[in-house]
Ligand binder design. Structure first.
Ligand code: L14
Length: 348
């Protein structure tokens, strides 16, 4: 075996997702020749630890990518739009964690458990889907292959870490203030287009990302559009309600699916038990089901509460939980990067 090493850039290295990417590159022994840590001017100058060495974070500029083979972006959509084309110009493959390119018809949108074949078709940029979409399609793919999904109704219970360190800090601070009998002054969530903010501690906010013209939020529309693109099936109808809850990490989802064909609940259990990247946790007799607290820190998507709809025999209800910073972001991206290097190394 002829192992190659790669020059890797992480853009947004100090962010909540960037930090998880670094941890994964380290723990998975990713074959790195040189690691470049990039960020906005604001975070540049900090030093981050990688494999026991301090690496200085540099400000990302169009010329930061000379000699880079793989660039992992998670510094927001504007940074990706401005810099990913420069990384491509320098010959890098970009794996982009933002919403910048996901629905671009000539960019692939990849979840390795669902459409790994698309990785080979990239034009320099591979888009990583939205966290809520990733965990849902990873769990639904084996069922779609077997029975054909006609319709999905999903409600999410999303953690604050998706909105970054500041949102985590705000949720914890507000919680303490309320327990101490103080007033809270919301200033981060929801992240929308207006300066209007709401309390997240001890609350549920039915807004993630900004509102679009049709009354759905952008997060909800991402779930609708990305699901069709990743599954490669425009006929799947999706309707979503995305809600922020006061959990640090781990998104939970109540998902109702309707199939085109009849299904057998035991077969659904079997299909999900054998699905790659999916762990079935479904034992009502033991009060056992997926929980955000259990999913955090793990790469898998956890599925449980499987039950047939009482009014529609082709309807199935389920509960899907995963670590939004891992499978929902950093792990999905590093998984794609591993597939690319394994192919180049002739192992796949
Ligand atoms: O990748 O939780 O499109 O506020 C944007 C919203 C990631 C999560 C994306 C959040 C998301 C984020």
């Amino acid at each position: 075996m002829n192992e190659h090493f790669y020059n890797v850039a992480v853009v947004g290295a100090t962010g909540a997702v960037g930090q998880q990417i670094l941890k994964l590159l380290e723990s998975r022994h990713f074959p790195i020749a040189q690691l470049k840590l990039l960020s906005s001017a604001r975070s540049a100058g900090k030093a981050l630890n990688f494999k026991g060495q301090a690496i200085l974070v540099e400000e990302a500029t169009p010329d930061s990518f000379a000699g880079i083979d793989i660039a992992l972006f998670s510094a927001g959509g504007d940074v990706s739009k401005a810099l990913a084309p420069h990384a491509v110009r320098h010959g890098a493959v970009c794996i982009d964690n933002t919403n910048a390119f996901r629905m671009d018809p000539d960019k692939v949108l990849v979840v390795p458990e669902v459409n790994p074949e698309k990785i080979d078709e990239h034009n320099g940029i591979i888009a990583n889907p939205n966290c809520s979409t990733i965990q849902m399609v990873a769990a639904l793919k084996p069922l779609h292959d077997e029975y054909g999904i006609s319709r999905i109704i999903v409600s999410t219970y999303q953690a604050v870490s998706g909105a970054g360190h500041q949102a985590i800090d705000e949720m914890l601070r507000q919680s303490k203030e309320i327990l101490d009998g103080q007033k809270v002054q919301p200033d981060i969530l929801p992240v929308g287009s207006l300066p209007v903010k709401h309390q997240i501690a001890f609350n549920a906010i039915p807004q993630i990302d900004k509102f679009t013209e049709n009354g759905y939020t952008l997060e909800e529309m991402k779930m609708v559009r990305e699901t069709k693109k990743i599954m490669g099936d425009e006929s799947i109808e999706v309707t979503a309600t995305c809600v922020r809850i006061p959990v640090v990490s781990g998104h939970s989802e109540s998902v109702y699916v309707e199939f085109k064909n009849d299904y057998d609940l035991e077969d659904v259990h079997r299909l999900l038990s054998n699905a790659p990247g999916v762990t079935l946790v479904d034992d009502p007799a033991a009060q056992s089901y997926p929980l955000a607290t259990e999913a955090v820190g793990k790469p898998d998507v956890f599925v449980g509460r499987l039950r047939r709809d009482l009014g529609h025999k082709r309807g199935l209800n389920m509960w899907i939980v995963s670590d939004n910073l891992l499978k929902g972001a950093a792990w999905n991206a590093v998984q794609i990067a591993e597939i690319i290097v394994n192919k180049r190394n002739g192992q796949a």
